[in-house]
Structure formats: structure tokens, C-alpha cells
Design a binder for this molecule. Structure first.
Ligand SMILES: Cc1cc2nc3c(=O)[nH]c(=O)nc-3n(C[C@H](O)[C@H](O)[C@H](O)COP(=O)(O)OP(=O)(O)OC[C@H]3O[C@@H](n4cnc5c(N)ncnc54)[C@H](O)[C@@H]3O)c2cc1C
Length: 266
């Protein structure tokens, strides 16, 4: 039997101070990963510090060529935001196919990115769009943030405060979802940045979590079209093999999802 102390923080500074006092503390946002994990007794924090209502962590700011989504903004609020739909419609679409209504009402972008579940949707958008993860300590480029299964560059007592996305020239997302959990069996986010760089990220496919797909990037660089990927073969090396699908199946899904994502991006 164990007990956990609950604290609600009203600012990032207060959250950091409360975290510093706990023996094995955890931040709590939407609770859609942390609470199931606690219920399964896979973690038993001494303290949970609720950051979901901190005003400075909620909201979406559009400025020039970037869209900044604060960390405790829920999926529902992202999905309902006119700037998101106008500036990066692929993020609105990604959010619309994430989980179910209960997950979308409570889950937050910061919680998703901090968790870095290997089948989560947002890490693919963050990596493909070359977004910047902002924390109470620093700014971390996407390429340096995701470190492997459920692993990120976040340090102890470091809170994601916002994710800043550059507005791309084109972007699209397509996923084959697990019909029970809605997590990605494989999801692919394709982006053509305003610099001309093509970046493609796949989730749900690799044993190491979200990954770039250079063979698809190269083909799209030569010709941004779904048909340019017809003859492309994605290697199944390092891809997940489980009861839901073989690694070979996932390699094919990466190509097919990338083709659908390019079609949706226009
Ligand atoms: C039934 C179900 C279906 C789901 N389907 C999908 C799906 O299709 N696609 C998908 O991507 N996800 C899916 N999820 C996961 C969901 O997106 C979670 O909401 C998300 O993984 C965690 O976000 P949260 O706000 O709930 O975080 P919490 O559960 O509150 O926290 C998760 C972890 O992140 C840490 N954390 C939270 N916020 C921050 C922050 N700002 N800074 C630093 N650390 C932080 C916490 O300390 C904790 O360790 C599903 C979940 C459920 C229960």
C-alpha cells in the first residue's frame, strides 16, 4: 500500500519548487498516460504536481511563420483552434484522429511529447516539422529531443512549456490506427518546409520510437508526389514485429501512409 500526495501548481515556478520537495515526484497534465500507469502499479510517485491549470501553459499563439502551442493545451483546444486549422491543417487532422473524445478533452500536447510513446501521433509532427521544444530551462530542437522508447532529452524537474512549429509550405499526416486503442500501428507525417527541406517522420513503426525516413525524404525531394513513392522500398530493419503486424507489413505501411499523407498535403 502506498499513498501519493496531490498538489495543484498555479505557476511554473511553483511547480518546479513543489517537484524539488518530493522524494519521487511526477508532473501531472491530462493524466491519460500517468494515471493508467499508476493504476497498473508500474509507477508509484510520492507526489503528483498538477500543471494542467497553470495559465501560462495554456493557449496557442500564431505569429508570422510560426505556431506556438503551450504545453498544457488540450487536444480538444488544438483541434478547435482557427489558427491551427489555417496555418498547419495537418496538425488539426492529426489531432482529430488521436484517441477518442475522452482522451482529446483531457490529454495535452506537452504530456504526449514528454511521454514519447513509440506509437504516439504528436512526436511525428514535432520531428517532421523540425519544431522546437521549449522548457523552463532551454529550447531543444526536435532532432535532439527524442532519444528512444519513452526517452527524451528532458532532465529531472524540467517542464515543457510550449512547442513551437514553423509553418510549412505543405504538410500531411496519415495513420493506420489500432482500432481498439487508436494508437498508430504506423503513422507518417510528411512536411515540405519553407526552406525547401523535406522531412518525413514515422511513428508506431520503429523499435526505437519515432524516426525519420530518409528513403522517402529523398524520393519526395526529387518529386513531391505520391506516385514518386511507388517504387520505393522501405527497409524493415529495426521495425516492430508484434501481434498487430510484422516488420515487413509496417515497412509497407510507412510507404502507403506517406503516399496518403502527401496526397492530403496537396
Ligand atoms: C484510451 C487511450 C487512447 C489513446 N490514444 C492515443 C492515440 O491514438 N495517439 C496518441 O498519440 N496518444 C494516445 N493516447 C495517449 C494520450 O495522448 C496521452 O494523453 C498522452 O500520452 C499524455 O498526455 P497527458 O497530458 O495525458 O499527460 P500525463 O498522463 O498527465 O503525463 C504523462 C507524462 O508526461 C509528463 N508530463 C506531462 N506534461 C508535461 C510537461 N509539460 N513537461 C514535462 N513533463 C510532462 C508527466 O510527468 C508524465 O510522466 C491514448 C491514451 C488513452 C488512455
Amino acid at each position: 500500500m502506498y499513498s501519493t500526495n496531490y498538489h495543484r501548481a498555479s505557476s511554473v515556478d511553483e511547480a518546479v519548487a513543489l517537484f524539488g520537495k518530493g522524494s519521487d515526484p511526477k508532473f501531472l497534465a491530462g493524466g491519460h498516460t500517468l494515471l493508467p500507469v499508476m493504476k497498473q502499479r508500474l509507477t508509484a510517485p510520492s507526489d503528483v504536481i498538477d500543471i494542467a491549470k497553470i495559465p501560462g501553459l495554456i493557449g496557442i499563439e500564431a505569429s508570422g511563420d510560426s505556431l506556438t502551442i503551450k504545453a498544457a493545451t488540450t487536444y480538444y483546444d488544438i483541434l478547435s483552434n482557427a489558427d491551427v486549422k489555417r496555418m498547419i491543417p495537418a496538425i488539426a487532422h492529426l489531432t482529430s484522429v488521436l484517441g477518442d473524445p475522452a482522451v482529446r478533452y483531457r490529454g495535452t500536447i506537452g504530456g504526449s511529447v514528454a511521454t514519447n510513446d513509440p506509437a504516439a501521433d504528436y512526436p511525428a509532427a514535432v520531428l517532421a516539422l523540425n519544431a522546437t521544444v521549449k522548457t523552463n530551462k532551454r529550447e531543444i530542437p526536435a532532432d535532439q529531443f527524442f532519444k528512444g522508447l519513452f526517452m527524451t532529452a528532458l532532465e529531472d524537474n524540467e517542464i515543457i512549456t510550449a512547442i513551437s512549429f514553423p509553418v510549412p509550405e505543405k504538410a500531411g499526416y496519415s495513420k493506420m490506427r489500432n482500432p481498439a486503442s487508436r494508437f498508430a500501428l504506423t503513422g507518417v507525417f510528411v512536411a515540405k518546409l519553407k526552406s525547401g527541406e523535406i522531412r518525413v517522420a514515422a511513428t508506431g513503426a520503429s523499435q526505437n520510437g519515432v524516426m525519420r525516413v530518409p528513403v522517402i525524404e529523398e524520393a519526395l525531394k526529387a518529386n513531391w508526389s505520391a506516385s514518386a513513392l511507388d517504387g520505393v522500398k522501405v527497409s524493415d530493419d529495426g521495425l516492430i514485429e508484434d501481434i498487430h503486424g510484422t516488420s515487413d507489413y509496417r515497412a509497407n505501411l510507412i510507404k502507403v501512409m506517406a503516399q496518403r499523407a502527401v496526397d492530403s498535403a496537396g
